[in-house]
Design a binder for this molecule. Sequence first.
Ligand SMILES: [Zn+2]
Length: 56
Amino acid sequence: MAKKKSVIENVALQCEVCKNRNYTVRKNKKSNPERLELSKYCRFDRKHTRHKEIKK
Ligand SMILES: [Zn+2]
């Protein structure tokens, strides 16, 4: 069993409008403990929408 402690976490960014997971990002849990919320381009809505972090 590998017990590696990492502060880097892979998270997905989900579009609030169409609920598609458009992006996966790596974030540092220590420097960025809160949920990510970013304005990103959604190719399904063809505009910038709010994307929220969800666990993969
Ligand atoms: Zn969307």
